[in-house]
Design a protein around this ligand. Structure first.
Ligand SMILES: Nc1nc2c(ncn2[C@@H]2O[C@H](COP(=O)(O)O[C@H]3[C@@H](O)[C@H](n4cnc5c(=O)[nH]c(N)nc54)O[C@@H]3COP(=O)(O)O)[C@@H](O)[C@H]2O)c(=O)[nH]1
Length: 891
């Protein structure tokens, strides 16, 4: 050891103290500087906890101590204030110089070595390094002493005092008070300090290793895709990985220290807690299955967790380790498989699965039920075993082609059950391929379509046929007619279209019942079929309308009339139905394709017009369509239009035909008969427009006008002194069925203040019999008003006597067709007599219509007819003329 050379830090630095026994200063100086640890000491050791240790050590040693990092930053120190003295500490730059030298010195030391050196202030410091492995973590210092063999050169300290402006005396006194140690003492002290350094090295190393292994562990568990967590026995999270954090929707650092209750519903947290407790209580790993919502994805996940209880050193439970595995996909697959197997076994369709070589691998219950083959019988077989052998080979070719290109085929085949019974089936085949596109399986599903086919056939039949007669319906007729027309065009032939309507069928239906009507229609259909060739068409359009289409007709329509005549004869022959003999007759309209029309709808229209003419000409006959009829139709359209205008412009007038009581030679009443004062055609009679007005329902406003006008006129005559006169007004079917009729009658009677009994309302017999039970209600409503009801055209409408008794009618008008030939036709005379007898029996008044001759008058008077209406006395007269007639007749 040399003497102290003051002032120069560097010099001070190069004044070597003594290294520990094995190393010389020069040796230390020539070493490679220590590598500085990247891990700061403060992160490896709890520096604060060293504070007490250094304090105690300083007290014990009588020397200040300090722990510095490799850069010279003081991490912890004790006693330096005293040791350095206020003077030294107050010296700017002094410490820095010291630190620099410390750094240099210590960085060249190895673990376990120490070195002493004299500081700029002339005092000694000793330093030893702290290592972690080869890396230099920091230095432990102690110092600020003199060796006992130091010669204290006061001049050095005086110069120092001067240099730094210290009080010289004080400074020298302080210097002389500084501790003095023998080298042996310092060596021993340093043994302690080196030991402490070694302890810190080991502690740092341990902590570093611990932190490294923790880091590795974290990397490891964070790399796991499955959630992993650690809880204490209270359910507080001690650790978890990032997968777990994602599941709970929080970073791991926020989860640690908290519980399930902070992240899930209380119910779920209770469940987790319970399962944790069970695992801890069991002392062995427990597996649970849990559904929860994954916070990050928002999707429900199915988690299989293994909860392993953890024990401390003492063996006591300290917590539970949880490892979860997201089994959602597997669960979904499981569920799907379960579902598929249920679908397979409980499917209402038969299912068979084959391998790529078309050998049956599996069949379901429905397969066995449908085919009769058990699973055992079917497995291993080719599905051809099911074939009935009558499916065309093209069907199979088409099937395999579709499977090859589309992986799917659907179609209908004929198979045979095990018991030999053939049946039609609807089969769907799907091809299953592996990821390489190779066929693995064929899945066939099929059902027995016997019932469906039968239903389809039935529906097809019903769609094309009339249910009652089994004849082709309108739809089918049009289809066949279309084909027939094409055929006729090709072979230059004609078609004859006959539209057949049964005369008075409605009356038969209404009086004898629908059942009888239906029987009649069935028999008519059979007769029609028997009347023509099989190649001809017989169809029913609905109601009592039939169509017969004769094919292969020569251009001129030759032979059609003969067939039509035959049909009339056939249908007019009596029918035996329900033990009774029934009669009807047809009215037939005939047109020719292509002469009359080339469109189906137009042909039917032509036949209809012709049929209408056949009816108008007296029924039970046929009528060919002629071009002039088309004009009539056009005329009807014109009249309809003109009728509307006539109503608006009040072009109608009433004529009145007197009704006479011949014995008393007085006019008892008048019948109001409407006429149309047409602007160009003159006076038009009701026969030319009433039917059309009825069809178009214009009769309702017209009838209302007639009723009002007739009552107005009656009131006029009453006021003129003929208060006993009654007025007869005709009611059309449309008027009669209008529910507001009674109200209208009341209103009109009230308007003209007429006694109800002097208004007679005439309804035709056929109208009354069209729906007798329903009509009685309206008749009664009118009778209740007090008006009198007359049954017009009696004898023409097939009255049922039973109903006649029930009708609340007062008057019967014998139709003029019976009166006309009363003198010559015994039948007519008999009908008139019978009507009279019946009326007397029922207490009804009788009016004879159409009395034109004295003889007729004499006859009807003789049989007891009270009132007479006819040209013999007067034609219908305009109001003024009728007034004169009343006056003149009475006179
Ligand atoms: N709903 C309504 N129908 C009405 C109305 N006015 C008339 N009619 C109906 O028109 C039918 C024809 O009437 P019309 O041409 O006026 O003929 C009537 C008489 O002129 C005719 N008649 C009377 N006596 C004779 C006769 O001796 N010989 C002969 N050839 N004809 C005669 O009879 C018709 C009256 O018959 P009826 O009504 O049955 O008493 C007519 O039948 C009415 O139905 C109307 O306003 N509304």
């Amino acid at each position: 050891m040399g003497s102290i050379k003051p002032n120069d830090v560097r010099e001070v630095k190069w004044y070597p103290g003594r290294l520990n026994s094995d190393i010389t200063w020069d040796q230390a100086r020539n070493r490679t500087p220590n590598q500085i640890s990247e891990a700061p000491l403060a992160s490896l050791v709890d520096i604060k906890s060293l504070s007490t240790l250094l304090d105690d050590l300083t007290l014990l040693l009588g020397m200040p101590t300090a722990l510095l990092d490799p850069q010279g930053n003081i991490l912890q120190s004790a006693g330096w204030q005293r040791a350095c003295t206020d003077f030294h500490r107050a010296t700017p730059g002094a410490c820095i110089n010291c630190t620099e030298s410390d750094l240099f010195l210590s960085s060249h030391l190895k673990e376990g070595e120490f070195i002493d050196y004299k500081c700029k202030n002339g005092l000694w410091d000793v330093v030893t390094p702290v290592f972690v492995g080869d890396a230099h973590l920091g230095n432990l210092y102690c110092g600020q002493f003199f060796y006992d063999d130091d010669l204290i050169d006061d001049s050095f300290f005086v110069a120092q005092a001067e240099r730094y402006g210290y009080d010289q005396a004080d400074y020298l006194a302080a210097i002389h008070e500084m501790p003095r140690f023998s080298r042996e003492q310092v060596r021993r002290i340093m043994g302690l300090i080196v030991g402490l350094a070694s302890y810190l090295s080991h502690l740092s190393l341990t902590n570093l290793q611990l932190s490294e292994s923790r880091g590795q562990m974290e990397t490891l568990i964070n790399a796991l895709p499955d959630p992993v967590w650690l809880k204490d026995t209270e359910g507080v999270f001690l650790a978890c990985n990032q997968a777990f954090g994602r599941m709970f929707g929080a970073p791991t650092c926020e989860i640690i220290g908290r519980t399930d209750y902070d992240f899930t519903s209380a119910e779920l947290a209770d469940f987790f807690r319970q399962k944790d407790k069970e695992a801890i209580a069991a002392g062995t790993p427990r597996v649970n299955e849990e559904w929860l919502i994954h916070a990050e994805s928002g999707q429900p996940i199915f988690l299989e967790t293994i909860k392993t209880p953890m024990s401390g050193v003492s063996g006591r439970a300290v917590g539970v380790l949880g490892i979860g595995r997201d089994m959602t996909e597997r669960k979904r697959v499981e569920n799907n498989l379960h579902l598929m197997s249920r679908v397979f076994s409980s499917s209402g369709e038969a299912i068979l699965i084959t391998d790529a070589d078309n050998r049956i691998l599996a069949v379901n219950r429905e397969f066995t039920k449908l085919t009769g083959y058990s699973k055992e019988e079917a497995i291993g077989q080719d599905p051809r075993m099911l074939s009935a052998g009558n499916t065309p080979p093209e069907t199979y070719q088409e099937m395999w082609a579709a499977l090859l290109t589309n992986d799917y085929w659907q179609g209908e085949l004929w198979d045979r059950r095990k018991n030999g019974e053939p049946y039609p089936k609807r089969l769907s085949i799907s091809v299953v391929r592996d990821s390489a596109g190779k066929v693995v399986n064929y899945i066939g599903t099929f059902e027995d379509i016997t019932d469906r086919k039968a239903a389809e056939d039935k529906i097809r039949f019903l769609a094309h046929h009339d249910v009652l007669t089994g004849l082709p319906n309108r739809f089918s007729l049009y289809e066949r007619l279309d084909q027939g027309m094409a055929f006729a065009r090709r072979f230059e032939k004609s078609l004859a279209i006959m539209l057949i309507d049964l005369d008075h069928f409605k009356t038969i239906n209404d009086t004898l019942g629908h059942n009888i009507g239906d029987q009649l229609l069935i028999q008519v259909a059979r007769r029609l079929q028997q009347s023509v060739r099989e190649s001809d068409i017989v169809a029913r359009l609905g109601g009592d309308e039939f169509v017969v289409v004769l094919s292969g007709v020569e251009k001129a329509g030759d032979g059609v009339a003969e067939i039509a005549s035959k049909v009339v004869t056939q249908l007019a022959a009596p029918y035996a139905i329900a033990g009774a003999e029934l009669r009807t007759s047809p009215s037939i309209g005939i047109c020719l394709y292509p002469d009359d029309a080339t469109e189906i709808s137009e042909l039917i229209k032509c036949a209809d017009i012709a049929m209408y003419h056949a009816k108008a000409n007296g029924r039970s006959d046929f009528q060919f369509f002629i071009e002039a009829m088309r004009d009539e139709v056009a005329e009807r359209v014109t009249i309809e239009h003109e009728l509307k205008i006539a109503l608006e412009k009040e072009q109608f007038v009433l004529h009145y035909q007197p009704q006479i009581e011949p014995g008393a030679r007085r006019v008892v009443g008048l019948e109001a008969l409407v006429r149309w004062q047409h602007p160009t055609r003159g006076l038009v009679f009701p026969g030319d427009f009433i039917a059309l007005a009825e069809e178009t329902r214009l009769i309702v406003p017209l009838g209302k006008w007639v009723l009002e006008e007739a009552c107005r006129q009656l009131k006029y005559w009453h006021q003129a002194g003929y208060a006993d006169l009654h007025m007869s007004v005709n009611l059309s079917p449309a008027q009669f069925h209008d529910q507001s009729l009674p109200a209208l009658v009341r209103q009109v009677l009230a308007k003209f203040d007429l006694p109800a009994g002097q208004l007679h309302l005439e309804i035709t017999e056929s109208m009354a019999m069209s729906d007798p039970e329903e009509n009685i209600i309206m008749m009664q409503a009118l009778a209740d008003i007090g008006v009198k009801l007359a049954l017009d055209d009696f004898g023409t409408g097939y009255s049922s006597l039973a109903y006649l008794k029930l009708f609340p009618i007062d008057i019967i008008k014998i139709d003029r067709s019976f009166v006309k030939d009363i003198e010559t036709d015994e039948n007519d005379a008999a009908i008139c007599e019978m009507t009279m007898l019946l009326a007397q029996k029922l207490g009804k008044q009788v009016v004879a219509e159409g009395v034109e001759t004295e003889a007729q008058l004499e006859f009807v008077s003789r049989i007891g007819c009270q009132w007479i209406q006819g040209y013999l006395f007067s034609k219908p007269l305009a109001a003024a003329v009728a007034g004169n007639f009343i006056q003149g007749f009475a006179g």
